[in-house]
Design a protein around this ligand. Sequence first.
Ligand code: ATP
Ligand code: MG
Length: 275
Amino acid sequence: MVQDMIIKDRAEKAQDHADDCVIKVRGLHNQFGSLVVHHDLDLDVRRGEILGVVGGSGTGKSVLLQSIIGLHKPNAGKIEVAERDQALLSDEDKKAARREWGVLFQEGALFSSLTVAQNVQVPLREYFDLSPRLMNEIAAYKIAMVGLPAHAGPKYPSELSGGMKRRAGLARALALDPDLVFLDEPTAGLDPIGAAAFDQMILELRDTLGLTVFLITHDMDTLFTSCDRIAVLAERKVIITGTIEELLAFDHPWVREYFHGPRSRAAQKARHRAE
Ligand SMILES: Nc1ncnc2c1ncn2[C@@H]1O[C@H](COP(=O)(O)OP(=O)(O)OP(=O)(O)O)[C@@H](O)[C@H]1O
Ligand SMILES: [Mg+2]
């Protein structure tokens, strides 16, 4: 019942923002040698939404993320972030644009020789010349924001659990108060309770900070609890973007297997609702 209301509320909210896209990808083509990863891929990410991105391993989810944030230069296509064509930006504009988004990479990628607080300060150093006291205050604030205890600040990544590392990575991604956050499999490898807590935190941060979130995941629970819409990568493009209800009704072999297969919690929920 509550789940139904949440889904309805999400669908209505999604409709409200249907025309307000923070990210617009059109005709994206990516190829490595003879391997075509993306062909004629279109994607819209609406302002304020949490968009889940799913697809089999190797379908190009991470390459899509890297293309949007400018780490990978596409072979063809147009990518607009906040109405700016990424291919037309000067280096200076690119640096300014990077300030507006935060990224949590697939492997977390904290600098192992720096403490958590120092990791969070890396983006601050790149953009600002702040006093050590202010840097420490900002780092402490971001560390608290992602639910880490204050004593995590002076710890090195090797001293943290997997879940704490993800939170520290997110604190670093949030260092510059971005509007847009990219997360590449943030709950992979976490136990279900740690993953659920991380999902909840993403929802709360989106609601309090007004973030737009591009969230690559394999985690069915994350899709169900956190995502307003879901984009499915298959056959070198986005074959559908829609609410979980729309995906459950979508007739495509991979989507059917993924959402109705034996491990699908969504399928269980759907069956439960139908009863
Ligand atoms: N720099 C690169 N050079 C050559 N091939 C690459 C490069 N980066 C990615 N690929 C290839 O592109 C394809 C898509 O890779 P990508 O990392 O985007 O997959 P993914 O959907 O994120 O998979 P996973 O779910 O396993 O993380 C893969 O076949 C990969 O081997
Ligand atoms: Mg990946």
